[in-house]
Write a protein that binds this ligand. Structure first.
Ligand code: 1PX
Length: 215
């Protein structure tokens, strides 16, 4: 086995967290979901301060949820399903305009959920790409096909500029601390279906409650 890197990052733990979100009842557990996100943010931070503006925003959303999970209402936020039910029943979502409920859990999760779509496409792109592919190109393509549609021009510009700083495909795969690039690719193939499943369940839940466009 490979030695743990100094910052202890290993994508295996992140992927295991997304796997642990899924229950037999097809619900999504909040705590492992947030654990998965915190792991991703650690990885993002290890890529350099150029991505600070991204991680800052994601951390704000994660912290909204962590606050609920340590509040008196923690049981209401045990799963994405229980959160949706609770916030909808109590008018806590902010369905009409931004600022109505700035701390809405449904709203915070929707932003992370959209980013998870990007992640899914990016990792799949990385996994299936040629050895000499550019990470920046894979990243830009997956971003343009997903998250970019929700971002104003200035954010899109900043994001695509930052992507240029990404290391080569193989260096990026080695950074994941999953072994050789080939081993990392195998691991991604095994684990990505769980990330996809979490994404699908969330998408269906939000569609059912007409919350895919929360302001
Ligand atoms: C092992 C490989 C994975 C690498 C880990 C990378 C984790 C990336 C996490 C990205 C989280 C992005 C959350 C963005 C949420 C969002 O869309 N927020 C916007 C809307 O929020 P609002 O409250 O105003 O409605 C907000 O405007 C966003 C601001 C920040 C810019 C977001 C740019 C997203 C770029 C995504 C990918 C960047 C990482 C590339 C590294 C490989």
């Amino acid at each position: 086995a490979m030695a743990e890197r100094q910052d202890g990052f290993c994508l295996r733990e992140v992927l295991a967290a997304f796997r642990a979100c899924l229950t037999a009842e097809q619900t999504v557990l909040m705590d492992p979901y947030l654990r998965g996100w915190n792991g991703l943010i650690r990885f993002l931070n290890s890529l350099g301060t150029i991505f600070s503006f991204v991680s800052k925003d994601a951390v704000t959303k994660i912290q909204i949820m962590e606050k609920y999970r340590s509040s008196d209402q923690r049981e209401r936020y045990e799963t994405l399903q229980s959160m949706v039910e609770y916030e909808l029943a109590n008018g806590l979502v902010g369905l009409k305009n931004q600022g109505e409920c700035p701390e809405s859990g449904c709203r915070a999760i929707l932003r992370l959920h959209r980013a998870l779509h990007w992640l899914q496409m990016f990792l799949e792109g990385l996994r299936t790409s040629q050895e000499d592919s550019k990470t920046s190109v894979i990243c830009t393509n997956s971003y343009n096909a997903s998250l970019a549609n929700y971002h104003p021009w200035v954010i899109r510009k900043a994001a695509t500029l930052a992507f240029r700083a990404l290391p080569t495909r193989n260096a990026f795969l080695e950074n994941m601390n999953l072994g050789t690039p080939e081993e990392a690719v195998d691991m991604l193939g095994e684990a990505l279906p769980y990330v996809c499943k979490v994404y699908e369940i969330t998408e269906e839940l939000y569609a059912k409650h007409k919350m895919l466009d929360l302001p």
